[in-house]
Design a protein around this ligand. Structure first.
Ligand code: UN1
Length: 500
């Protein structure tokens, strides 16, 4: 299928794809596939006002009914899985199964949120006063701005949107400027769900805004958008977070990662190698959760590096639409330049680099293809502590498990982590309060490819936010503590006497 056919199949008309001011390029071959219209910054106040008006209606719709909308979205996504997955491949350069996997992640969170719509539970709390009852009620909070990144152009929106919608919050989505088409294609699917749902859904319940910093800033700065869920770089988060806080909004931040795997002497190395390769080179190393560091016991370091070098030598790099391909392109040439520069820096810091060259033969012309790199480091230098969004895997050695955990934690980021070991003491120590300091810590499984059922996010420069499963829904609601007196007395808490 040509680029045009893919976009047609996703429901785009020629008019939608031309005449706009934002040029969209496919990382597959660097070609321009569309020029989409951008939202005027001057229109943002009206868009936000529409969302506020939708909020006043939507919060009155019972939560299980709100869940029905999300259920329908899940149904529509099932029907359009192939078409949307293909747009993800076209616009983000993901291999076919990862493009489809991303849509599956959307379907999964819709199922999760539908069930959740009947489970927005609050506590009942024992009151210290006779004839009193205490409880917690969870109420909708208001419009939720979602700022998403190119690397998970649709799944991350759905984690936020599915929860926000069942929680009673309208959604305004600002996708990455690099991936507006996947967002617009998703909105077409959302529209079909809204039409089937009927009049209970107010106009403006789910909106998308296309554009750059100015459009994003309108959301970030508006006190009428109480929740801002932003995914992207730590640099972006360090501007967005304080701005949202300064106007007393609630930021949910999912920023950079620098995810490590500790490989202990007892590790099942065949399994470890499979996990390493998937998480280090999958999505061409462009996941927040991509594996960036291996911390391997010195007794098995040489053996593991040998096994990895062998596996890396067979990696099919190329057109992500071809079934055999495992490593597609980087998002653009600037990303490739950043990778090459990071490798140069690593060399200057004492690295031995395997692979990591630009690939131009046997791949579509115009795309930024690279060989994934294995980089042996003498120690955890500055470049190792920096997140480079590319398939670079740094290898570090260790002697004791305490040392391994110190190295693992000694980076500014705190998203995902894992250990490969068959030693129960090591595994439990890794998961303990003295172990990994990350939001995600796994045993005998890589750091990426998390299921939607768990809370997703991490500490330190990762931003502290949690999205997706578990009780992440609480981030989209306001908690109200209620004390009810059903007695004919007015006793004060803490036994205070204040008789008049
Ligand atoms: C991201 O890279 O921003 O765990 C999200 C994973 C995916 C989500 C990654 N479920 O790799």
């Amino acid at each position: 299928m040509t680029h045009k056919d893919i976009l047609k199949a996703a429901g785009f008309s020629d008019a939608e794809l031309s005449g706009g001011s934002l040029a969209v390029h496919s990382p597959i071959d660097g070609s321009e596939v569309a020029r989409v219209a951008e939202t005027k910054p001057a229109d943002m106040p009206a868009i936000i006002a529409k969302s506020q008006a939708a909020f006043r209606k939507w919060r009155q719709v019972p939560a299980p009914r709100r869940g029905e909308l999300v259920r329908l979205l899940g149904e529509e996504l099932r029907k359009s899985k192939d078409e949307l997955g293909a747009v993800v491949t076209l616009e983000a350069g993901k291999i076919v199964s990862e493009g489809l996997g991303e849509v599956q992640e959307m379907i999964d969170i819709c199922d999760f949120a539908t069930g959740l719509s009947r489970q927005l539970y609050g506590l009942t709390i024992a009151s210290e006063r006779p004839g009193h009852r205490m409880m917690e009620t969870w109420h909708p909070l208001g419009p939720c701005g979602v700022i998403s990144a190119f690397n998970f152009p649709v799944a991350v929106w759905s984690w936020n949107a599915a929860l926000a919608l069942v929680c009673g919050d309208p959604v305004i989505w600002k996708p990455s400027e690099k991936s507006p088409l996947t967002a617009l294609a998703t909105m077409k699917i959302m529209q079909r769900a809204l039409e089937r749902f009927g009049d209970d859904a107010p106009e403006g319940l789910v909106q998308v805004v296309i554009g750059g910093a100015e459009v994003g800033d309108a959301l970030v700065s508006s006190p009428d958008v109480p929740i801002i869920s932003a995914t992207g770089s730590t640099r972006m988060g360090s501007t967005v977070g304080p701005k949202v806080m300064a106007r007393w909004g609630r930021p949910i931040l999912e920023l950079g990662g620098n995810n490590a795997m500790i490989v202990a002497p007892s590790a099942d190395l065949d399994m470890a190698v499979r996990a390493i390769v998937f998480s280090a080179v999958g999505t061409a190393g462009q996941r927040c959760t991509s594996l960036r560091r291996i911390i391997v016991h010195s007794s098995i370091r040489e053996k593991l590096v040998g096994m990895l070098a062998k596996a890396y030598a067979t990696l099919p790099i190329g057109d992500p639409r071809e079934e055999k391909t495992l490593v597609g392109p980087l998002i653009d040439n600037a990303a490739r330049q950043r990778m090459l520069a990071a490798l140069e820096k690593a060399k200057a810091e004492g690295a031995t680099v395997h692979g990591g060259k630009a690939v131009d033969a046997g791949v579509p012309e115009g795309g930024a293809y690279v060989e994934p790199a294995i980089v042996e480091m003498p120690s955890q230098t500055e470049i190792v502590r920096t997140e480079t969004f590319a398939p670079i895997l740094y290898v570090l050695g260790y002697e004791t498990i305490e040392e391994a955990i110190d190295i693992q934690n000694d980076v500014p980021q705190g998203l995902s982590s894992c250990i490969f070991t068959l030693n129960m003491r090591e595994a439990e120590f890794f998961l303990s309060h003295s172990g990994s300091d990350c939001g995600i810590a796994n045993v005998n499984i890589g750091p990426s490819g998390a299921e939607i059922g768990g809370a997703f996010g991490g500490e330190k420069e990762t931003g502290g936010g949690r999205e997706s499963g578990s009780d992440a829904w609480r981030g989209y609601m306001r908690r109200q503590t209620n004390t009810i007196n059903y007695s004919d007395q007015l006793p004060l808490a803490q036994g205070v006497k204040f008789d008049v």
